[in-house]
Design a protein around this ligand. Structure first.
Ligand SMILES: C[S@@+](CC[C@H](N)C(=O)[O-])C[C@H]1O[C@@H](n2cnc3c(N)ncnc32)[C@H](O)[C@@H]1O
Length: 229
């Protein structure tokens, strides 16, 4: 599993959670389960860990965990409260979130998250979702692309780039990462091309997965369900 994703700041996360062995915890971004497995080591028989992830590959990882304290829920963490309630849980003792994408998602060409490989313009964390990166690039209005690139990608020349993307899709709709990089190359600052590509990809990814909205909804719910004791 360490090849799937190397859990970051593992010790700090566990210290921060200050786990009680009969407590109820939530890992809202299970991924390869590195953090979840460590949390489980600190739980006794009465303790519970609920892990969320919207990616089917994460579910496959979760299925390898055989522990009665552990429950995996394949859904977006914006549904946190509703799905915990379905499990009969109204309050929890701690919540861990390791946001973004996993190394596995980045390193799998077909998922379309990486600038390093050619592949489809996908970028969906939830493979059941219909909207992909190609849909955003081909269907969004120019001013929306401008906003996404500027706000989510912090791309400096977002307006110029949005116009160039719209001109390109008029000639040939976006399908592949190679095609997108072909356009980006012309607008990337010299010597900082990779950073520029990463910013553009980040902007599109955040939009495809509605990451800001999901984060906001999850944070509101987290405040409601965290036990203050
Ligand atoms: C950085 S990885 C987590 C890695 C994990 N901590 C580990 O040790 O392997 C982020 C994971 O969160 C999932 N994810 C991101 N946003 C999500 C959301 N809104 N709802 C559910 N899962 C999400 C991704 O699919 C990915 O598997």
């Amino acid at each position: 599993m360490s090849e799937y994703h190397n859990p970051v700041m593992l010790r700090e996360c566990i210290e921060g959670l200050a786990i009680k062995n009969d407590g109820i915890y939530v890992d809202i971004t299970f991924g390869g389960g590195g953090h979840s497995k460590e949390i489980l080591k600190h739980l006794g028989e009465k303790g519970k860990l609920y892990a969320f992830d919207q990616d089917h590959e994460a579910r496959l990882n979760a299925e390898t965990i055989d522990n009665r304290s552990f429950t995996f829920i394949q859904t977006n963490f914006r549904n946190l409260k509703k799905y915990l309630r379905l499990q009969g849980v109204k309050k929890v003792d701690g919540i861990l979130g390791d946001l973004g994408v996993s190394s596995y998602q980045i390193n799998t060409a077909e998922r379309g998250f990486s600038t390093r490989f050619d592949g489809p313009l996908d970028m969906r964390m939830n493979q059941q979702q219909t909207i992909s990166a190609a849909d955003v690039l081909n269907e969004y209005e120019e001013r929306e692309l401008h906003r996404i690139l500027g706000q989510y990608g912090e791309v400096r020349n977002a307006k110029t780039l949005a116009a160039a993307l719209c001109a390109e899709r008029h000639l040939s709709p976006f399908k592949t990462i190679g095609q997108l990089l072909g356009v980006l190359k012309k607008f990337a600052p010299r010597g900082r091309e990779n950073k520029y590509y990463a910013q553009v990809f980040q902007g599109i990814r955040i939009e495809v997965n509605e990451e800001m909205k999901a984060l906001e909804e999850m944070l509101v719910q987290s405040a409601e369900i965290l036990d203050e004791k």
